[in-house]
Design a protein around this ligand. Sequence first.
Ligand SMILES: [Zn+2]
Length: 107
Amino acid sequence: MGVSDEDGHIMISANYLNEGDIIDIYLDIIHELVHVRQFMEGKELFDRNFSYVGRPTEVEAFRYAVEEARNLGLNDERICDYLKTEWISDEDLRQLAEALHVRCSNP
Ligand SMILES: [Zn+2]
């Protein structure tokens, strides 16, 4: 799932939408809606001066997703699971979890 930096549309893989975990999809939509708002505010969504997990626009989007995850009653382990994707390293996960105050037992 992602946001186009050309027109601010959310793009979702049909496979992910059909096969993905419903909670993960919901939290991703929250995350991407933050990017849509950032896009409408004229923010640079893919600022290459930052790593993925260090980019302020990403940290803000994850912060909203984590807040919603907590509203749903998810525990830190489950939230950590959500944050752990195939494209982020263990070190990046550790950094992201720390920035979001999520306790990951074995990042
Ligand atoms: Zn993002």
